[in-house]
Design a protein around this ligand. Structure first.
Ligand code: MTE
Length: 316
């Protein structure tokens, strides 16, 4: 099947030359090391990953690792920002497999090892902007989602990609008890052309190490031009579908969270402005520095054409 690529991205950019060369080196010698390091371990954060630098990175100063791993949203482990770091240690991330089904020529269940076997891990420094008005800059280690989708051969009828997080109440305290903040599984979705965009990645690590459980181990989505809640964590299922799939936050409050969820300083959340943001680590309370929020989180040159002709106020 022919997969449409955004017209302004040259094929040379899809695989930058340096990455291509590095990939050949890795295939020749270092792949085993890269893969072994990418696999979940009990002390995941202690394992260095070998990844090549990506052409897609920003050159902004990364958020401190301690901040990015202790101030999280992962409601399966509780609704407080400190809950995921406190509770996610119980999550068993190995063995791990992902079911890929729906409108694909090659459906199946792939182990994490199968998923990572043919890919080169790249380090990409991306901004993550959350809807509550905070942002971080994180060196992710991952690979383009497009690489995995191409392997399963989407059918011509596939228009959207739906994602699902693990449901395992024994290990996820937010999924048991009387108060259930969301309905499970946590679900997300992208339009197929968004999912095929080279900026959209599946991350297996951050800061050169495997993903800590609170950040979505062993495999999470990162879509840097969209609000953080599109970054579904601990993925167990990816389905290619014809109709726009349900998403957790839209199901909860459709007037506040839309399917597209593009970072857009011109469209306010109904309860607050989205025009500025606070970078985690840059002061707090009255002393917090605020930065103007950039259209598409600063990635407009790369992604704006995905939405040409669309009313982004109606399609928020
Ligand atoms: N994925 C799952 N499964 N459950 C969640 O509660 N929260 C989302 C997203 N992915 C969430 C999730 C939200 S609201 C945000 S802002 C990001 O994860 C936060 O990612 P981080 O903790 O790595 O910064």
């Amino acid at each position: 099947m022919l997969i449409r690529r955004p017209p302004d991205i040259a094929s040379s950019e899809i695989t930058p030359h340096s990455v291509y060369l590095a990939r050949r080196d890795i295939l020749a010698g270092g792949l085993g090391l890269a893969l072994a390091a990418a696999l979940p371990q009990s002390r995941a954060h202690a394992d260095p990953l070998s990844a090549v630098k990506s052409a897609y990175s920003t050159d902004e100063t990364p958020t401190r690792r301690e901040d990015a791993t202790s101030y999280n949203n992962f409601y399966e482990f509780g609704t407080d920002k400190a809950d995921p770091a406190a509770n996610a240690g119980a999550l068993k991330v190995a063995p791990w497999s992902v079911k890929i089904d729906g409108l694909v020529g090659k459906p199946g269940t792939l182990t994490l090892e199968d998923i990572l076997k043919p890919v080169t891990l790249e380090e990409r420094i991306y901004r993550l902007r959350c809807v509550e008005g905070w942002s971080m800059v994180i060196p992710w280690v991952g690979f383009p989602l497009a690489a995995l989708l191409a392997r399963v051969e989407p059918l011509g009828s596939a228009k959207y990609v739906a994602f699902e997080t693990l449901v395992r109440p024994e290990e996820m305290p937010g999924q048991r008890g009387l108060f259930q903040p969301l309905s499970w599984p946590y679900v997300e979705g992208l339009r197929l052309d968004e999912a095929m965009h080279p900026l959209a990645i599946l991350a297996t690590g951050m800061y050169g190490e495997t993903l800590p459980a609170q950040n979505g181990a062993p495999l999470r989505l990162v879509v840097p031009w969209k609000y953080g809640f599109k970054s579904i964590k601990s993925i167990v299922r990816i389905s290619l579908v014809e109709e726009q799939p349900p998403t957790t936050w839209k199901a909860l409050a459709a007037d506040e969270y839309g399917f597209f969820s593009n970072v857009n300083p011109e469209v306010d959340h109904p309860r607050w402005s989205q025009a500025t943001e606070r970078r985690i680590g840059e002061g707090s309370g009255l002393f917090a520095k605020r930065r103007p929020t950039l259209m598409f989180n600063g990635y407009a040159d790369q992604v704006a054409q995905l939405y040409s002709g669309m009313d982004l106020r109606a399609n928020y």
